[in-house]
Every structure is written in C-alpha cells, then in structure tokens.
Design a protein around this ligand. Structure first.
Ligand SMILES: [Zn+2]
Length: 125
C-alpha cells in the first residue's frame, strides 16, 4: 500500500481513495489534487458534448456530398479530441479507464456506422 503525506497536516496516510487522515480528518478523494480537477472536467465535457455535436452535424450535413465532407471532418476532429489515450494520466482507477475507453469506442463506432449509412445513401462509393 502506497503512502503519501497528508496535504493538511503532513502526517503519513494511505494513498487509497476514501482514506481519512486520523489526525485532521482529511479525506483522500478524486479531486483533491487541484491541478487535476479542471482537466478532468474538461475531458468529461469533451467526451459527452463532442459526440453529441458530431451526431447533430452528421444529421444536418447528410443532405449532400459537399456538406457531408464537413460532417466527416467534425467527426474526425471530435474523435481525436476526446481520444482517452491523451487523458490517460487523469484516470485514477482501472474502472474509470475502462469506462471511458468503452464509451469512446461505443460512441465513435455508432457515429462511424452513421457515416457509413450516409455514404451509401448518397451513393458516394
Ligand atoms: Zn491530516
């Protein structure tokens, strides 16, 4: 078990989430490290909003080939921006890591199948 020094009273406590410092009552949590919080929030927002925006864009751009190219660019940009690999340092637990990878793979394969359907509908191939 890894130990860390308590940020409140500097005594040695376990690094595990949920550990309560016996001296001052400080609790080890997800967002205790202040520098991690904004990045985590940003990543969370990205992985929710970007696929949603992409979804809407694909629907609206699927009318013709030219506009659909724009839709595909938005998809690629969104998939790249929310790629969990770039945020791997943010994940504390294994569950978190697996969860975000699963969400990313699921969402982007759904969007990709949408693109595939539009390509067939527009008879681009
Ligand atoms: Zn303490």
């Amino acid at each position: 078990m890894k130990l860390m020094s308590c940020p409140e009273c500097q005594s040695e406590i376990k690094e595990q989430l949920g550990t309560v410092c016996p001296k001052c009552g400080y609790t080890v949590g997800y967002f205790n490290e202040t520098n991690k919080r904004p990045k985590y929030a940003k990543f969370f927002a990205l992985s929710v909003f970007l696929p949603f925006i992409t979804f809407i864009t694909i629907i609206f751009t699927s009318i013709n080939t030219i506009s659909f190219i724009f839709g595909v660019i938005v998809f690629l940009f969104s998939a790249y921006k929310s790629f969990p690999y770039f945020y791997r340092n943010l994940f504390i637990t294994k569950f978190e890591k697996i969860f975000f990878w699963l969400v990313w793979i699921l969402v982007n394969s759904l969007l990709l199948s949408m693109i595939y359907n539009v390509v067939h509908k527009l008879q681009l191939v």
